[in-house]
Design a protein. Structure first.
Length: 193
């Protein structure tokens, strides 16, 4: 059992007989006689439906154990992604709805931890940051404007905003969860990687 104020992103809990993965947690402190509240955003691991319940901070919830296995991404087709156990070559299909925003950054051969609950896959753990090549953007402009941005399309098809000095073909670091530009990958970094 876990109390609501101890919930963390990625945990699996059972509420009213249904199993949910915690996507977001926000605790709000109460004032005087009004108790605090724990706002959550959950996804049903079986049906994929979102739910945003609020809990009292001391409310007890049943937390469940997950298994994690590192699998290799093979390909995506229609609404599923196929991954493989590298040691046994056994393949597992995962609905793309369970992947969230990280789906845009999948590349064949990529090794990712996959979370399993009751022998079924319920999620994929993506790195926080991905390096992606810029496919299309306007020619670079070197100006003194610090806050100026332009549109760019990455090789994975994601459209983001980048600083004016970024050129087509450069590699940029992008936050996987939000798709936000973080920085340009410098030439020295590329050689050492």
């Amino acid at each position: 059992m876990v109390i609501a104020s101890e919930l963390r992103e990625g945990m699996i809990i059972r509420v009213e007989g249904q199993t949910y993965k915690v996507l977001e947690v926000e605790a709000k402190a109460g004032a005087a006689k009004i108790g605090g509240v724990v706002k959550t955003r959950l996804i049903n691991v079986r049906g994929g439906r979102m739910w945003e319940p609020h809990f009292r901070p001391q409310e007890r919830l049943q937390d469940l154990e997950l298994e994690r296995h590192v699998l290799e991404f093979l390909f995506a087709q229609d609404d599923t992604c196929t991954l493989m156990y590298p040691d046994t070559y056994e393949q597992v299909e995962i609905p793309t709805a369970l992947l969230g925003p990280g789906e845009r950054f999948l590349e064949p051969g990529m090794q990712l931890p996959v979370e399993f609950f009751e022998n079924g896959p319920i999620g994929v753990v993506f790195p926080e940051v991905a390096e992606v090549r810029v496919g299309e953007t306007a020619p670079p402009v070197h100006s003194q404007q610090d806050g100026a941005w332009k549109e760019a399309t990455l090789e994975n098809g994601l459209a983001i905003r980048v600083p004016l000095f970024i050129a087509p073909g450069e590699i940029v670091r992008v936050e996987v969860k939000t798709g936000r530009y973080l920085e340009r990958v410098r030439a020295e970094r590329k050689r050492s990687a």
